[in-house]
Design a protein around this ligand. Structure first.
Ligand code: HEM
Length: 498
């Protein structure tokens, strides 16, 4: 008998090869289902961290909360139940302590940076990475240095007339309308400002009193982000999407990118004598074309909805707390006698205004969900505990800001807590980091503060603001960003525009 015949006979005696493979796979599957939970619960390096037991085995409870829009509430509840450090997925740790911000986001000398968890950002193409998705920390620092000068205090003063122009347009639009939806009014203003800064021309939203098609599409796209994050998270679904991306999604992605690219090209070709982004950056050929477009896209995303969210949320808290609104109104109207007096510099000195914005950033943080990082290869410590490389870690902003361990009366709007009120002396202020910390914190932080102060002060100077809106306005879904509901306010003119 030849060796081939012997082998065939052996196979036949052992049974059909397909049945054998099936049996082996079945056995492996059963072993995994039985053994993995035991490993995850009792042997995994994170097994001693508290958290919902099911979450130690699977991310499904978190995914369900995220996809249904109540992840922020779910995470806050888990922290309330299990404490300031919790395991909410097999490989995921969430914190609410002030120290965790620093441990995660600031790299100690001689250690590697805990990188961005890229699956959170959806598809990221090489060559067209922006600051947020740039994984190489040296490249990130180089690109950030190019853009830094555009956000310096000196540059912001040069840009002030542009901000003033849109603040006045916003006031004019509000005066015409009388009962504006503040969600829209702030969106129109912040998108118009950022478009002029990035593309050299506004999107005309304030003028037309409606969302541009592009912004409307961006908002629809944000709603599918949680689904995309889940798809990107798993190898199989990620690759299936890669090869079989539905045409509508591909078109959405390309249309969005082309909109930015076309506008940036136009601005760069035509030039400008205004102190906009491109006249303020110092790019001596450092940026690739992909990086130019990708970062323009980033500025339009990062510098618009965030500022608008804060202003809408803060307006809500002020109209719901008339005593606080009264103090703020007195401060603004007591300090200024005309619209022209309301400048960046003068506003930075208004204590109550600054405290209101800070408190707004606490009770209604524009980035309400955690921005996950991956512990660097070789491991790093967080809160004095060593974690293996690849562990997913984050501070959950909303849970941290609503934790009674960090803030007294966490669900109340109390600007006084930022002004040295002795009742709030034990608040852990460093737990509040709405712009993140470290070398990858918000590049537009100063711009955002000037813009928020200016827009809010101009409204309060010109109008008495009230609203019948109830507490349900706050019951909002989150899909990475708040799904803001309409916030209809009554604006009563108090002074003619100066
Ligand atoms: C209230 C308003 C704002 C809030 C709360 C906010 C918050 C944040 C946060 C939390 C990050 C860190 C993101 C991460 O770790 O992945 C960030 C990054 C960034 N923000 Fe803001 N932001 C605001 C306004 C702005 C504005 C007006 C701009 C202007 C264009 C801007 C531009 C950026 C940029 C470019 C980055 C990336 C920085 C880097 O990775 O080096 N943001 N922002």
């Amino acid at each position: 008998m030849t060796s081939a015949q012997e082998s065939l006979r052996g196979t036949l005696e052992a049974g059909s090869p397909s049945i054998t493979v099936f049996n082996a796979l079945l056995a492996l599957g059963i072993l995994y289902v039985v053994a993995y939970p035991i490993y995850a619960l009792y042997l995994h390096p994170l097994h001693s961290y508290p958290g919902p037991p099911l979450s130690a085995i699977t991310r499904i409870p978190f995914w369900i909360a995220r996809i249904r829009g109540y992840e922020v509430q779910w995470m806050t509840r888990q922290h309330d139940k299990y404490g300031p450090t919790i395991r909410f997925g097999p490989n995921n740790i969430s914190y609410t302590d002030a120290q965790a911000w620093r441990d995660i986001c600031i790299t100690p000398k001689g250690k590697k940076e805990n990188g961005k968890e890229l699956r959170f950002h959806g598809r990221v193409a090489d060559g067209i990475r922006h600051l947020v998705t740039e994984t190489d920390s040296t490249r990130h620092a180089t690109v950030r240095r190019v853009f830094l000068p555009a956000f310096s205090e000196q540059s912001l003063r040069k840009q002030e007339p542009m901000f003033q122009k849109y603040a006045n347009l916003m006031v004019a639009s509000a005066r015409k309308n009388g009962t504006p939806n503040m969600t829209e009014l702030f969106d129109f203003t912040t998108f118009d400002i950022m478009a002029e800064f990035t593309f050299g021309e506004s999107l005309g939203m304030l003028q037309n009193n409606r969302y541009s098609d592009w912004v409307a599409k961006v908002y629809s796209a944000v709603r599918i982000l949680p689904t995309l994050q889940i798809i990107e998270f798993y190898w199989l679904s990620r690759n299936l999407l890669y090869y079989f991306e539905p045409p509508f999604m591909k078109k959405m992605r390309l249309d969005h990118f082309n909109h930015t690219a076309t506008r940036v090209d136009k601005r760069l070709q035509e030039g400008s004598d205004q102190p906009d982004l491109w006249n303020l950056v110092e790019d001596s050929g450092v940026l690739s074309t992909g990086e130019v477009y990708a970062n323009a896209e980033l500025f339009m995303a990062a510098g618009t909805e965030t500022t608008s969210s804060l202003l809408t949320g803060l307006t809500y808290y002020l109209v719901r707390n008339p005593d606080k609104m009264k103090i703020l109104t007195e401060e603004v109207r007591g300090r200024f006698s005309s619209n022209e007096d309301i400048t960046f510099e003068a506003l930075s000195k208004l204590e109550y205004l600054n405290a209101c914005i800070r408190e707004g950033l606490r009770v209604y943080p524009p980035v309400p969900s955690a921005l996950p990082r991956e512990i660097a290869e070789g491991g790093n410590s967080v809160m004095g505990k060593w974690l293996p490389g690849g562990t997913c870690v984050s501070v959950h902003p909303t849970a941290a800001y609503r934790s009674p361990e960090n803030f007294k009366n966490p669900n109340e709007f109390v600007p006084e807590r930022w002004l040295g009120d002795p009742d709030y002396k034990d608040d852990v202020r460093e737990a509040h980091q709405p712009f993140s910390v470290g070398p990858r914190n918000c590049l537009g932080l100063n711009m955002a503060w000037h813009e928020m102060r200016l827009l809010l002060a101009k409204l309060i100077f010109n109008f008495d603001i009230s609203s019948d809106v109830g507490p349900e306005w706050r019951d909002q879904y989150v899909s990475v960003l708040w799904h803001r509901k309409p916030l209809i306010c009554q604006l009563k003119s108090v002074k003619a525009t100066g």
